[in-house]
Design a protein around this ligand. Structure first.
Ligand code: PHE
Length: 447
């Protein structure tokens, strides 16, 4: 039964499509621009791209190969390969639950903004300060954002229960190219705004005086967050890949797509930010303030705004689905419960965290941990600690413990070892573990 279900999934949907659906999301369009804004623009972009190249792509290949070799959920996959290393799978599931908790909140905001675009009250004013005030009033409201968080969780749940089959494939096929096209149009529009070029310069010209150990860690964490790696999501998805899927090529294509979307998002956001004279360091609210004001200054504003936020909702949805799938597959297969029960458990756990994360921006803002509210703590703990840690352990496992022949067979299903093998192996075995450890130690002040 199990095998048949997995084979169907892998056979019907191309690997790149599902993996890119997971990778491209709010991480690229919401999180990346504000982190770049806070960490020196161009310098952050450069370090981010280096992290993708040296650690992100090899780690994605490593995760794909574990999933493809074992055809199990993240915990089962590690445990079937080594009892001791099973702990990486558990860390991954915990990370998925925590990320999805605050991700659902932001996804809920995009849903709210879609509805406000359709009713046109979002695009009545182009004054950026108006949008700033409106956004702050919305996220600190005690019940409205929670309503959207819960709705988003239920939408994810519905698709998970139905099984991630045709619906997602069809949606992704239409949605991805559309989102791409939109980003290009909006980036061009934004760059043509008066003063926009200053934003382009901020985003593309590296100023290394702004680089601190914590900005390097933020770039690493963002690279993993954006590629959906370091937590077993890609292991779970790869367990559904059709046999003979080319994992290296898939990882390369997904990473390239994901990076292009992030760069386009930066080119869309920063010119508008500079044109309107707001601070590029304004944090998580950046996109929600700049986008409505860009739209308001465009002809047919309501149409563009509605379509764009709808696409953002879909991009977020394909990402929440992937996190939920990792959790559901684990509960279903390891606890031997029905898919329906497993999904409910995942939905309940993540929604509960989401409600607290949402409240922590308003009513519960006094609940802090090390000076951070619940929302920011979840973001920091997952992206800056758990993902790099999960990534480090995964590289160590695949580089040093995972059977070499089994690994090679996943990379080259046709049997002939290709020229990329020594490079990929070197990156996974030495480069990634050493660099991740160095970044950690640097942040702890040890080196
Ligand atoms: N990569 C997704 C994004 O950038 C977020 C995500 C993280 C999805 C981890 C799955 C796992 O929006």
């Amino acid at each position: 039964m199990e095998r048949i279900k997995r084979a169907t999934f892998g056979g019907k949907i191309s690997a790149v499509l599902v993996a890119a659906g997971s990778a491209v999301g709010l991480g690229n369009i919401w999180r990346f621009p504000y982190l770049a804004g806070e960490n020196g623009g161009g310098a952050f972009l450069l370090i981010y791209l280096l992290c993708i190249l040296l650690m992100g792509i090899p780690l994605m290949i490593a995760e794909f190969s574990i999933g493809a070799a074992t055809r199990q959920n993240a915990v089962g996959a590690y445990r079937s390969l080594s009892k001791r290393w099973g702990v990486i799978g558990y860390i991954g599931i915990l990370t998925s639950v925590l990320i999805m908790g605050f991700y659902l909140v932001v996804a809920g905001w995009t849903a709210e903004y879609t509805i406000h675009s359709f009713t046109s009250d979002l695009v009545q004013q182009s004054d950026i300060n108006y949008h700033k005030a409106a956004f702050e009033a919305f996220i600190t409201n005690p019940w409205k954002p929670i309503l959207y968080t819960v709705l988003f969780a239920l939408a994810t749940h519905a698709i998970i229960v139905l099984g991630v089959k045709r619906g997602i494939e069809r949606a992704s096929k239409v949605m991805m190219p559309l989102l791409f096209l939109f980003l290009i149009v909006l980036a061009i529009h934004s760059m043509l705004m008066p003063g926009g070029m200053e934003g382009v310069r901020f985003f593309l010209e590296p100023d290394f005086s702004k680089v601190t150990p914590s900005s390097v860690l933020a770039a690493l964490g963002q690279a993993f967050f954006s590629l959906s790696i370091g937590l077993g999501t890609m292991i779970t998805y790869a367990s559904y890949f059709a046999p003979k899927t080319r994992v290296q090529q898939t990882a390369l294509e997904v990473s390239l797509l994901d990076s292009v979307v992030a760069v386009l998002a930066g080119l869309m956001v920063f010119p508008a930010v500079f044109s309107a004279g707001i601070e590029p360091q304004s944090g998580p609210s950046l996109v929600f303030i700049t986008l409505p004001s860009i739209f308001s200054s465009m002809p047919l504003s309501q149409l563009w705004s509605s379509l764009f936020f709808l696409l953002l909702v879909m991009a977020a949805l394909t990402s929440t689905i992937s996190m939920h799938e990792a959790i559901t597959a684990y509960v279903e297969e390891e606890w031997h419960v029905s898919r329906r029960a497993a999904s409910w458990l995942g939905t309940t756990a993540t929604t509960t965290i989401g409600i607290f994360a949402s409240l922590s921006l308003g009513a519960l803002s006094h609940w802090t941990l090390g000076g951070l509210n619940i929302f920011d703590s979840l973001d920091f703990l997952t992206a800056n600690i758990l993902l790099p840690l999960g990534g480090l352990l995964t590289c160590l496992f695949v580089g040093w413990v995972f059977d070499r022949k089994l690994f090679a067979r996943q990379l080259y299903p046709e049997g002939r070892i290709g020229a990329s093998y020594p490079i990929v192996r070197f990156l996974i075995r030495y480069c990634a573990p050493v660099v991740i450890t160095a970044i950690f130690l640097d942040n702890l002040g040890v080196i």
